[in-house]
Design a protein around this ligand. Sequence first.
Ligand code: SF4
Length: 539
Amino acid sequence: MRKLLLGDEAIAQAAIDAGLSGVYAYPGTPSTEITEFIQLREEKRGDAENKICCRWATNEKTAMEGALGMSYMGKRALVCMKHVGMNVAADPFVNSAMTGVNGGLVVVAADDPSMHSSQNEQDSRFYGKFAMMPIFEPSNQQEAYEMTRAAFELSEAVKLPVLMRVTTRMAHSRAVVEVTETPRKQNEINRPEDVRTWILLPAFAKKRYVQLLAQQDDLMKASVESKYNFYRKGTNPERGVIATGIAYNYYMENCANCEERSVLKVSQYPLPVALIEKMVEDGAKEILVMEEGQPVVEEMVRAIVPSTVAVKGRLTGDLPRVGELNPDSVRKSLGMAALERLEADDIVVARPPALCQGCGHRDMYKALNEVAAEYENPRIFGDIGCYTLGALPPFQALHACVEMGASITMAKGASDAGQFPAFAVIGDSTFTHSGITGLLDCVNSKANVVIVISDNLTTGMTGGQDSAGTGKIEDICRGVGVAPEHVRVVVPLPKNMEEIKNILREEIEYNGVSVVIPRRECIQTAKRHAKARAAAKNE
Ligand code: SF4
């Protein structure tokens, strides 16, 4: 059966076909569509049998832990996140290699080289290597489908999670994918017989770590023999190319005489060292390493080959050190001219991103900026979401924005250092993702901060997924100890501007933790909900 699928959808379809019982994820570009595909399919099916658990998690750490619990029960589980989510999930992710798995566990990390929608270009392969677990890196959508199914099999065979690393172009481009017509059934519940590996007390963990180290030879053997890795000697073996994941596609699309160079395709890790040594034995004097993301493999190859072999790639400037690969950069690294371009008038003129017209965040920033301007040196610490666009004109409201949840704790740190007034601006979904613990820090040290939780009742930036805190934000704030009279809810509309500004002024003058919650539904989500209601009425 053939389907036209995004790379993300190919992974989702493969997981379903592999007998998935639960997907655990927090939305983040470019990984969101994996979970949405599974959710949509579950809604359409409406069938209680073989149900897949697919609610959004509060953050990537809880997602990883939920999946580990599902795996503990012998069922197959999938975890999905964008690359920076791996930082949040790192604790259970690294320790899941120590516990090992019971049911197959696949972790998808979608990296965003060129930072289309992210704050950095970190490469998730480092995490897989660090945790000493197998990594899959598909080169096209068909491989993404096949490798996801193979990843569940491998995970259960070696009793380890498998990291599936994709990048934006793989996740968000569409291709015809051949899928199975006979999906696998879900695993039955099968609890671990020996729970000692699941209890990471030092006495058990020490033994388990030795086992994990001993497994590395088998994982390497699996990589060398993997059908997703292969080596071909060239007609001029003095020149070699190592191409990983989607970079292999770039190479094959652009090489003029592809038989000339020896080629090693790498899509399964640990890096198949024996195949690199074979390339050298065959006479390689120069090896060009093409990889999307950071020079993970290039660094390792330098340590493997003799110093007489020139290793080229992103570290040597033969390929750009930053950003995605593209046909031009790949052709240049191969000594070829860039492709001729067709000149065409700009059809769509580029424009800076902006908050939607009518968005509640706009009214919140207008009020906040006007009140902040009444003070000599205000500082507003921002966070990750649509409202990060408040850093750009016309508002230019933010003085910092680092990562999920940092607004609250940075405002606290600045206040500790003497900043007044110190504001944090955070969304409802980001608040429950990573802001609650920061708020507790503020309460415990009686920090003098004003925290604005701009509540649009959804996860707006990634397309309007459910927000874990909807209907609970005030209770959470009061529950961690914010004085009830300093948890203030307002409706961010132009007609309420004076009221919002007065509330902000009162809370700035209160020496302690204040939370102001401007609450109005994201207008895009509201439109979608209205459409769905109208459709339901017409049925
Ligand atoms: S998507 Fe929603 S929250 Fe985001 S800017 Fe538009 S209206 Fe505002």
